[in-house]
Ligand binder design. Structure first.
Ligand code: UD1
Ligand code: CA
Length: 455
């Protein structure tokens, strides 16, 4: 049966107190609406329709996708009115699932279970029992437990207000019936709105059974209206990510202190210390250890590698058995082949570093090809930029670069070469030889320090 997912996202989000439309506020680095769109996509629907209003152009620009049909609801006259606007986009589709753009954590598993439960009826809803149901639409059931209606809080009688089963807002409909029921909607209620929820009573009046399901986890149906609710859902989501990592065999120093804002895949027996942030696509091999306060974005860390405290790794590959940090910065294009040692206050950019090479202290190596078994001393700088263009530095296998050397690129150091400390290299250094470029040390015999005049 063909399915359309209609995502309601036209509300203003006044309580966010923000110039940014509410559904674009990020949760785990992704706009709220994108969470909902991504979950909708996993249901493999024939169509995804987003009803937008406030900040429409900005929303469309941020949430790209050829599979999304955008429908404008210029005036927000209620959830029923919003779905009415989407009707033309539902032509030829048999079933509709309504989601909210500001309810980001709904899961595919819950939705599939819900759609199965509603497979043989024309209408269904996801409900939930709450201790405090205030503000929500209440599910009214008859003596035999069959759903009769949804009554909005503002329209409810005192007895109805005592009902603790609420409407989460997630509903499903058979399309021909949906159009028919929407056609009969009126706005003679406390808020003067066209309520999608009134479709329940309309369906019951035509003899329909209303299917219900509930979410696996209460946070799945929690909406974001203000920044405090957004922060609370962020923690819930991060808790889920932490649990998944631990299930996959990774130890976390504290599951409450990790932030995953993208895709993180990790092999068994890894360990992640506190306050680490993962963005983009990050892969950790088996037995990888990440120290406290590390930031990894679009990175691949090989088996058994260790990232020590306060390191920043962006767009880089760290080969197996390597050791990076503390306080190291690997920038895009860095590739440590294997068992490399990168120490404190070392910055690498677009640098290929061969097996077993060491750059342990206070260095900048950019646009460089470093062979294997190379030792780069403290304070070495590849001067890769002449103010207009970038140039490459090549360092052969087993070379030894003394401390405080500047390599003025383009320049090449041969295999097995040694560069004396303090040298400024402007020409290539041959294989196997000692090259240095510093003034010879002299001692001026009998020299006396000047003394202060006294008169
Ligand atoms: C709605 C439900 C209520 C349910 C609650 C769950 C109705 C009438 N009521 O109430 O039963 O308990 O959600 O949170 O449906 N929207 C539009 N266009 C509009 C109005 C709303 O796109 O004209 C969107 C909003 O952006 C939001 C969603 O629909 O994503 C729900 O709107 P909201 O105003 O929050 O509905 P509630 O009054 O809270
Ligand atoms: Ca709401």
């Amino acid at each position: 049966m063909s399915l359309a997912v209609v995502i309601l996202a036209a509300g203003k989000g006044t309580r966010m107190k923000s110039a940014l439309p509410k559904v674009l506020h990020p949760l785990a680095g992704r706009p709220l609406l994108r969470h909902v769109v991504d979950t909708a996509r996993r249901l493999d629907p024939a169509r995804i329709v987003v009803v937008y209003g406030h900040g429409g152009e900005q929303v469309r620009a941020r949430i790209r996708g050829d599979d999304i049909e955008w429908i404008e609801q210029a005036e927000q006259l209620g959830t029923g009115h919003a779905v009415q606007q989407a009707l033309p986009a539902l032509a030829g589709i048999q079933r509709t699932l309504v989601l909210y753009g500001d309810v980001p954590l709904i899961r595919e598993t819950t939705l599939r279970r819900f759609l199965d439960a509603a497979a043989t009826t024309s209408i269904g809803l996801i409900s939930q029992i709450l201790d405090d149901a205030s503000g929500y639409g209440r599910i009214v059931r008859d003596a035999s437990g069959r759903v009769r209606a949804i009554v909005e809080h503002k329209d409810a009688t005192p007895e109805q207000l005592a009902i603790r089963e609420i409407n989460t807002g997630i509903m499903t409909f058979d399309n021909p019936r949906l159009a028919e029921w929407l056609g009969g909607l009126r706005n003679d209620n406390a808020q003067g709105e066209y309520y999608l929820t009134d479709l329940v009573a309309a369906a019951v009046a035509t003899g329909e059974e209303v299917a219900t399901a509930s979410p696996d986890h209460p946070a799945e149906v929690a909406g974001v209206n203000d920044r405090a609710q957004l922060a609370a859902l962020e923690r819930v989501y991060q808790g889920w990510r932490a649990e998944a990592l631990m299930r996959d065999g990774v130890s976390l120093a504290d599951p409450a202190r990790i932030d995953v804002r993208g895709e993180l895949k990790a092999g068994q027996d890894g360990f992640i210390d506190i306050n680490c942030v993962f963005e983009g696509r990050v892969r950790l091999g088996e037995g990888v250890r990440i120290g406290p306060n590390c930031m990894l974005r679009d990175a691949e860390i090989g088996d058994g590698a260790e990232i020590l405290a306060n390191s920043h790794i962006d767009g880089a590959r760290v080969g197996p058995g390597s050791r990076v940090g503390p306080f190291a910065r690997l920038r895009p294009g860095t590739d440590l082949v294997e068992a490399a040692h990168i120490g404190n206050f070392v910055e690498l950019k677009n640098a290929h570093v061969g097996t077993g090479s060491k750059i342990n202290h206070l260095s900048y190596v950019g646009d460089a090809e470093v062979g294997s078994g190379v030792n780069i001393g403290a304070g070495v700088i590849t001067c890769n930029y002449d103010g207009a263009n970038k140039h490459r530095t090549r360092i052969g296998d087993n070379a030894f670069i003394g401390s405080d050397v500047q390599l003025i690129a383009p320049v090449e150091v041969g295999a097995g070469a040694t560069i004396g400390a303090g040298s400024t290299l402007v020409k290539d250094a041959p294989d196997g030889e000692l090259t240095l470029s510093r003034a010879r040390q002299v001692t001026v015999e009998g020299w006396k320090r000047p003394v202060k005049k006294t008169d």
